[in-house]
Design a protein around this ligand. Structure first.
Ligand code: AMP
Length: 382
């Protein structure tokens, strides 16, 4: 990621004779910043521009408009995986120029959350984007291509200084309530304030015709849609389906924290949600009928782990399992067939006990990992 937390930066400038990898120690040196600021910076061996400054990006954006080129934006925090790539593929089908933003936004992390250890994998991200760029070029079905990466510094994104991450901290914030206060918002009180604030900035900077978000973070999609509607913003929010590992675990940049032992049990949440979905498909509609069997499975899986030896088991805590209205995210007692519903949940995978010598504990030595997932219960038309 290109924030002051950046470790590496891979850029090619037309002023340089060959592509170059700069290893950036924090803080960035002046010459490195200047090179990365060059408006000719690209990901090596591609035409994908790398912008770190709003002014340069705006000049480029203006040119897109003059050339009648539509712009789609895919906001990310980097550490790219297939979920992110699937959104970029969608955007390339529907827009002439796709902008991918890569920015680890500090204000959406709580004071005690994993901002400092959040994975930053710029070189790998650049490689994935280079490969995807080639794939998109070879596939005749696309309207456009990955045109630019927007990887701003925190000084660019927060020109009056970075606001506090404290709940009562002062600053220029966007808050979307009550939808941003429940579920993830209840567990992480500053999260949606940070997300809505950074997305408002990104939308103002890039002025995209369309923005792309993953269903993986379903409450985020509801918050962003509400923000776009209530602030009369001229962009269309498109939601791409959740990409998963073959065993059902939703892809997430945070999965690298798990390590081998916890990874083998991390499907607990998707299994619990699937149980509720099965009941819905079988015609059940009440909260008890849907969440009862789901919570029972969670209890059984937890007991199964507790019966294992400490050096083998994985302890986890279910944070919540929710059945909510798809527009408000408020809990419902009964699913309305005409609206459908959203099943969602969060689980905290606790650090493994009695780690064995040489055991893969995951990035940052296996701190607690909070995983989220959801399933959309589609409306039933009779
Ligand atoms: P992040 O980098 O985690 O902030 O995610 C950037 C975007 O990718 C968000 O819109 C996420 O919802 C989306 N995303 C993350 N994981 C997945 C996934 N497994 N499938 C689809 N989209 C995803």
């Amino acid at each position: 990621m290109f924030s002051q937390y950046s470790k590496t930066l891979l850029v090619k400038s037309s002023k340089l004779s060959s592509p170059k990898l700069f290893t950036i120690a924090r803080p960035l040196s002046t010459s490195q910043v200047l090179r990365a600021r060059s408006k000719d910076a690209t990901i090596p061996n591609t035409s994908i521009k790398v912008f770190r400054e709003i002014t340069a990006l705006r000049q480029w954006r203006h040119k897109q408009m003059l050339d009648y080129r539509s712009v789609g934006l895919v906001p990310t925090m980097g550490a790219l995986h297939e979920g992110h790539l699937s959104l970029i593929r969608m955007a390339a089908k529907e827009n002439s120029s796709v902008v991918v933003s890569i920015y680890v936004n500090p204000t959406q992390f709580g004071v005690h959350e994993d901002l400092d250890s959040y994975p930053k994998t710029w070189e790998k991200d650049a490689e994935m984007l280079r490969n995807l760029d080639r794939e998109l070029a070879a596939d005749g079905g696309n309207l456009g291509k990955i045109a630019a990466i927007f990887a701003p510094t925190t000084n660019e994104m927060y020109p009056s200084g970075r606001p506090s991450q404290e709940i009562n901290g002062k600053g220029s914030f966007i808050t979307i309530t009550p939808v941003g206060e429940v579920l993830e918002g209840a567990s992480r009180p500053t999260f949606f304030r940070g997300v809505a604030t950074v997305c408002m900035k990104l939308f103002n900077i890039v002025t995209p015709e369309k923005v792309y978000f993953g269903q993986k973070d379903v409450q985020q999609t509801v918050v962003i849609k509400r923000m776009v509607k209530d602030f009369c913003m001229d962009t269309q929010v498109v939601v791409g389906e959740t990409r998963r590992e073959p065993d059902g675990l939703a892809l997430s940049s945070r999965n690298v924290y798990l390590g081998t032992r916890r990874r083998s049990v991390a499907t607990v949440l998707s299994k619990v949600l699937r149980t509720a979905e099965t009941a819905y498909v079988r015609g059940k509609r009440s909260r008890d009928e849907l969440l009862g069997p789901a919570n029972e499975l969670a209890r059984l899986l937890m007991m199964e782990q507790q019966q294992l030896k400490p050096e083998e088991r994985v302890q986890f805590e279910m944070d919540y399992v929710s059945l909510a209205d798809p527009e408000t995210m408020q809990e419902v007692d009964e699913v309305d067939d005409t609206k459908g519903g959203i099943l969602s949940g969060a689980v905290k995978m606790l650090p493994v006990e009695s780690p064995q010598s040489g055991e893969d504990l995951g990035l940052a030595n296996g701190p607690p990992v909070r995983l989220i997932d959801n399933i959309i219960l589609k409306p039933v038309t009779k």
